[in-house]
Design a protein around this ligand. Sequence first.
Ligand SMILES: [Zn+2]
Length: 130
Amino acid sequence: MKPERLLKHEFVEFIPDQLEDDTIYVSIPYATVTHKCCCGCGTEVVTPLSPTDWTLTFDGESVSLDPSIGNWSFDCKSHYWIWRDRIYWAERWSEKRIKHARLHDLHSAKKRDEETRARRFWRRIREWKW
Ligand SMILES: [Zn+2]
């Protein structure tokens, strides 16, 4: 297991093009948090903030993100929590759990889209020529 590492956080308006290692960039205006994958592979991880995505907690000194960061779409498939500017490594998820989590992601995206779909559906019904 990799040791827990201390991160820095920076509140920015725009996420910079060049991300520094071990830095969490927080953009409140755009409700987005971006950092480089903590395993060292350098892949940019973008975590949107919303009630159905991630939640950011700033306690005045450090930031925490909830839920965990699961990079199963990257080669490294790293999985960790960012809590109080620290990385806590989770065990590598099994394929089965990854699949399950992906389904869960899909489900919440679907839920978010449900209203739009319903509206479209009823419009189609109304426009139906009998
Ligand atoms: Zn990685």
